[in-house]
Design a protein around this ligand. Structure first.
Ligand code: SF4
Ligand code: SF4
Length: 409
């Protein structure tokens, strides 16, 4: 980067994002959809306000006056307040989904965070430790690799050394949502085709927690290690159930890898739907419950996987699938997203409780999730909450219905 570019706030944004920044009319439509606004009422995190302040930063450092007389001094307090606002957002993207001029905010906010990291202002709280912890342990939870698969992996399931299909379990699933990853593996096993995995030491973080917090330095290395690992095993399809992993793998891995990936990325529900349609999987047991499915922001809005989870659920005899008022591409964040959960814990719990309350109010017997972060967050939100509902991961449920009463598949 040239010296004069170092002070540029526009450095982190693509030309398209600069156009988007200019396009905000401050109409306020997005405010109706922001879950953080719902629970805090704090206008400083609102999309038009973040956009307005960032435009001010650009103007002060790159506008005509700055070019003629040199960049103006930026108010330190304003920079710090903006940093706090951009990290309090869950990056759920609901504002962008409902933006009257189509600003892709789910991508805009992480790039603004990247700029604040470059200036030494971000990230906030525990997230500052993430690069060091990931470099040391391979995951952001500071857990040993020896505990990555050991406590939950079904010992009777065999993993091939090489195969066309590979499964990436992901850090959050392995350490915080084990019924989910166990369900994934049981379902993959039931499909009957061999699948492979990297070892617990090789399966490092996908990079999402760093990407979303604006800490991009290690990403190229992590992505290259993972992609080369799967390539060496002859993988043609990489299956994953975590929406954040699937999102970064599909959208950003090719960028950090520097070229097209040598395999395709599939969410596990896409793989299951294909197997159901080919008759390779069969649900053996009925399930007479009313369930409600919560779309994870990075799966529905992020990569458009909306119909497949519903097809999986509707393949179960006896089930009734209810919908949240806001669902599909307009789903409402449960509070787990954007690396904000551990820093703004009260907000996250309040958002999680709104998800629980609506599920209960709709008369659901069970809340079905398909994201390890949602799983951990909504469970946390239910602690000491006056409303309760059974929470189950979609593959945890599906796997349990693939065996008949005698345990035969
Ligand atoms: S991304 Fe979500 S949390 Fe962030 S400002 Fe938009 S609606 Fe609010
Ligand atoms: S809906 Fe779009 S244009 Fe309107 S205030 Fe929000 S970000 Fe700006």
């Amino acid at each position: 980067m040239k010296n004069e570019d170092k002070n540029k706030f526009s450095e982190c944004l693509s030309p398209m994002q600069l156009v988007e920044l200019d396009a905000c009319t401050r109409c306020g439509e997005c405010l109706k959809y922001c879950p953080v606004q719902d629970v805090t009422g704090n206008p400083s995190i609102s999309p038009p306000e973040k956009i307005r302040i960032f435009r001010e930063f650009i103007k002060a450092t790159e506008g005509l006056k700055a070019r003629l007389f040199g960049p103006g001094e930026l108010d330190r307090r304003l920079l710090e307040d903006f940093t706090k606002a951009v990290y309090e957002c869950t990056t759920c993207g609901a504002c962008g989904q409902n933006c009257t001029v189509g600003i892709f905010t789910q991508r805009m906010w992480p790039m603004m965070r990247k700029e604040m990291v470059r200036r030494g202002l971000g990230p906030i709280g525990v997230q500052t430790k993430a690069p060091g912890v990931i470099a040391d342990k391979g995951n952001p939870y500071d857990k040993p690799a020896s505990e990555r698969f050991a406590p939950w992996f079904p010992e009777w399931v065999s993993v091939a050394d090489e195969a066309e299909v590979a499964y990436y379990a992901g850090c959050t699933g392995c350490y915080s949502a084990q019924p989910m990853v166990r369900g994934d593996v049981l379902v993959l096993h039931a499909m009957g085709d061999p699948f492979t995995m990297l070892s617990a030491e090789e399966e490092v973080c996908c990079g999402f927690p760093l990407f979303i917090a604006g800490q991009h330095d290690m990403l190229e290395d992590l992505v290259r290690r993972l992609v080369e690992g799967y390539k060496a095993k002859g993988v043609k399809t990489l299956v994953c159930s975590c929406p954040c992993c699937v999102n970064i793998m599909s959208r950003d891995w090719p960028v950090f890898y520097g070229r097209e990936l040598p395999f395709r990325i599939r969410h596990i529900t896409q793989q299951v739907v294909e197997s159901l349609e080919r008759g390779k999987l069969q649900v053996k047991r009925a399930f007479d419950e009313r369930v409600i499915y919560h779309d994870p922001c990075y799966l529905s809005r992020g990569v458009g996987v909306i119909e497949e989870p519903r097809k999986v659920l509707r393949s179960i005899p006896g089930i009734e699938v209810l919908e949240f008022d806001r669902h599909g591409s307009n789903s409402k964040c449960c509070g787990a997203g954007g690396a904000a959960r551990k820093v703004y814990q009260e907000n996250a719990v309040a958002m999680g409780r709104m998800t629980i309350d609506e599920a209960v109010q709709k008369g659901a017997d069970r809340l079905i999730l398909s994201c390890p972060a949602c799983y951990a967050q909504v469970n946390e939100a239910m602690e000491e909450h006056d409303k309760k509902i059974v929470i189950t991961d979609i593959m945890e449920l599906f796997a349990s219905l693939l065996e008949d009463k005698n345990g035969d598949r």
